[in-house]
Design a protein around this ligand. Structure first.
Ligand code: GLV
Ligand code: GLV
Length: 325
């Protein structure tokens, strides 16, 4: 059987596949276009894709032998899951293994923006440090503040644990409320609308998937509801935020700052964000630890192996949908 891996990755996943199948490993960028994928996909039984791989309906339809697409990421908005379902092609992702790394990165952004780390360090490196200063780079305290979490899945909950550890009050909203036991466990208080969450948060961190409902959830109107000192953190997906409206709010100092790991049109970053005050911008690295990326690799490969070896769908916990039997 033949497996296409779009680009090299850390971890042992590719070796696990090579031990069993005829594996093609592309170079970074080789399979970032729909045209190129359509040309080659017809001869493969499985595809190990990255977020930059456009697994569109046309690509899936060209995959005459294709049985499974395993995405080297927890998010899978690069894949047309509806068409995959129609065609009976399985789709899997890498949940759980990147939860802690991603929550760490989101909390790092929160602290960095709260304490103006980037500006302060830039100033020191520019030779401007002239000793301790009563007014030097005053930031904002996190302890005692309201930490709003939009999307209380695995990563949202891991973020809540961190926020609690730093003495914050955790508020959250999602499509469904947690059980009472889970609310207690995470010390989290349900807020029944996005508007309320946005307007009550001193820090607002996004942990929802990108769906038609969450696209531009943080739009101009919601940005206008935020407290003037509030800080927005996004490690979810860029299009959850209207980036132009965010850049405007930051430049006009209508909110306190932003920490972003994801962007609306990656790898492009809105030019007005690059010049916005109190902004920390990262190149989509939230899951980038050696440990996590190795676990993602093993998990992404194991989903392919399980399916090609004939295991039932129920035995593959990473499937994003289950076929009706
Ligand atoms: C990264 O953004 C992922 O979805 O894993
Ligand atoms: C800060 O360095 C302090 O001693 O207050």
């Amino acid at each position: 059987m033949r497996v296409l891996v779009t680009e090299p990755q850390p971890g042992k996943g590719i070796d696990l596949l090579k031990a069993r199948y005829d594996v093609t490993v592309g170079q970074r960028g080789d399979y970032d276009s729909e045209e190129r994928l359509k040309e080659v996909i017809g001869s493969y039984d499985a595809l190990l894709s990255c977020l930059s791989t456009p697994v569109t309906g046309e690509v899936l339809r060209a995959g005459e032998k294709l049985r499974i697409v395993s995405n080297y990421a927890v998010g899978y908005n690069n894949i047309d899951v509806e068409t995959a379902k129609e065609l009976g092609i399985l789709v899997s992702n890498t949940p759980d293994v990147l939860t802690e790394a991603t929550a760490d990165c989101a909390f790092t952004l929160l602290l960095s923006v709260a304490r103006r780390m980037r500006e302060a360090e830039d100033s020191l490196r520019a030779g401007e440090f002239d000793g301790w200063h009563p007014f030097g780079f005053l930031g904002t305290e996190v302890s005692g503040k309201n930490c709003g979490i939009l999307g209380m899945g695995r990563i949202g909950r891991a973020f809540a644990r961190r926020a609690r550890g730093f003495g914050m009050k955790v508020l959250y909203h999602d499509t469904a409320q947690l059980s009472e036991a889970d609310e207690k466990k995470y010390g989290a208080t349900w807020v029944d609308s996005v508007d309320d969450l946005v307007s009550r948060s001193d820090f607002l961190s996004l942990h929802c998937p990108l769906t038609p409902e969450t696209r531009h959830a943080i739009n101009r109107e919601r940005l206008a509801m935020m407290k003037p000192e509030a800080i927005l953190i996004n490690t979810a997906r860029g299009p959850v935020v209207d980036e132009a409206a965010l850049a405007e709010a930051l430049h006009e100092k209508r909110i306190g700052g932003a920490g972003l790991d994801v962007f609306e049109k990656e790898p492009k970053v809105h030019p007005d964000l690059l010049t916005a005050p109190n902004c920390v911008l990262l190149p989509h690295i939230a899951s980038a630890t050696r440990e996590t990326r190795a676990r993602m690799s093993a998990l992404a490969a194991s989903s392919i192996i399980s399916h090609l070896e004939g295991k039932p769908d129920d035995a593959i916990p990473t499937l994003v949908y289950r076929r009706e039997s």
